[in-house]
Design a protein around this ligand. Structure first.
Ligand SMILES: *Cc1c(COP(=O)(O)O)cnc(C)c1O
Length: 372
């Protein structure tokens, strides 16, 4: 136990990741699978996740920024790679040089990409994005015919795909999904009429699990690959990330003594406290003070008093955990242990945000089930 005595660590189970990728690929048998690894793979580490996803059958990778895409290329990843959202000053030429597919939402963006392709002396592979109703990036339907015509007439770009993103796929039956699908189909007809023969992609994780009619040529899976289920129905996904620490100190506390800043918690009986050396400096939200449990010694135990920057105290009652014993802050939830979803529900957010915020300099990352 002492040999691996982490102060705080995020453990990434690549075997679970591969299981999830396999499950998702089986659910979309006619489509290629893009592993979405933006934001450092939702906090799981872009390179190891990309490699494991490819081993399990992913044939595409997706990133938000060009710099994320280039980092993957510099890490030796040669898989097809789409980077979809950047600023006008981004180095598109470097992306084209490194075989990164780029997205365009406007004629203006298309021109910048084409100019970069001209500089490099190589066609740019472009995915034209239609805004079908999320109203974020993507080309509005009114401007779509002009974008499609400009792209069809531009020899410096190769239009690989048209694509879009769904607003409410995590609420199966939401009428916006069909409305977006209809606009997507209209956009496709316009592209075909302009002489293009693009692939189509619109499905995120939730649509992979609930809308086989929207799988088309390629699906873009993020959250479900990390084992977190975005839809109400039960799915056999395995959470990939767990957040762990160890007991650093234990002490007996007499009844009537109070614990941590503000003395918000007072022992009603003599008890044993376990000090766990993680706090909001390590990703434990202070706003979970007084309403979180940890998994320690085979059961859930409540955190006593405020979560501090560097430490929290666990009320262990009559039990006396050993110094060095493992503490799970959140994980796969076996036997009722806390999960990222439980944190998200308590905090009024989604589990995407919990795992993505776990990249902290003080928290060590450890990989299971594959090369680190
Ligand atoms: C993040 C993202 C995805 C993945 O969504 P999940 O809900 O995590 O599966 C797919 N497409 C785009 C454009 C995204 O930004």
């Amino acid at each position: 136990m002492t040999a691996s005595f982490p102060r705080a660590e995020v453990v990434i189970d690549l075997e679970a990741l591969r299981h999830n990728v396999t499950l998702l690929a089986e659910r979309a048998p006619g489509a290629d699978l893009m592993a979405v690894v933006k934001a450092d793979a939702y906090g799981h580490g872009a390179l190891p996740v990309a490699r494991a996803a490819i081993e399990a059958g992913a044939t595409w990778l997706g990133t938000c920024s060009l710099s994320e895409a280039l980092d993957l290329r510099h890490g030796g990843v040669t898989t097809r790679l789409l980077s979809w959202l950047d600023v006008p000053t981004a180095d598109f030429a470097a992306g084209i040089e490194a075989d990164v597919d780029l997205a365009a939402s406007s004629v203006d963006e298309l021109r910048r990409i084409a100019d970069a392709a001209g500089q490099v002396g190589k066609q740019a592979r472009v995915h034209l994005k239609i805004d079908t109703g999320l109203s974020r990036n993507g080309c509005p339907p009114a401007e779509w015919p002009a974008l499609v015509e400009a792209a069809a007439a531009e020899p410096r770009v190769d239009v690989v795909a048209i694509w879009s993103h769904l607003a409410c796929a995590d609420e199966p039956g939401h009428p916006s999904v069909d409305a977006q699908a209809k606009r997507f189909s209209e956009a496709y007809d316009i592209a075909r009429a302009a002489g293009l023969e693009p692939m189509r992609h619109i499905a995120n994780s939730a649509a992979v699990l609930t809308r086989p009619d929207l799988h088309f040529d390629l699906v873009r899976t993020g959250i479900a690959m990390y084992g977190l289920n975005p839809v109400p129905q039960q799915e056999n996904l395995r959470p990939v990330m767990s957040f762990r620490s160890t007991v650093a100190l234990t002490k007996r506390l007499p009844a009537g003594e109070s614990v941590s800043y503000g003395h918000t918690w007072t022992a009603e009986r003599d008890t044993t406290l376990a000090l766990v050396p993680v706090g909001y400096g390590d990703g434990v939200p202070r706003s979970l003070s007084g309403r979180m449990d940890v998994w320690l010694g085979g059961r859930r135990r409540p955190v006593a008093g405020r979560v501090c920057m560097d430490q929290l105290m666990v009320d262990c009652g009559a039990d006396a955990p050993a110094v060095g014993e493992e503490v799970v802050l959140f994980g796969a939830g076996e036997a009722g242990a806390p999960t990222a979803r439980e944190w998200a529900d308590k905090l009024g957010t989604i589990d995407y945000e919990i795992v993505t915020s776990m990249y902290r300099p003080r928290v060590r990352r450890r990989y299971l089930g594959g090369p680190a």
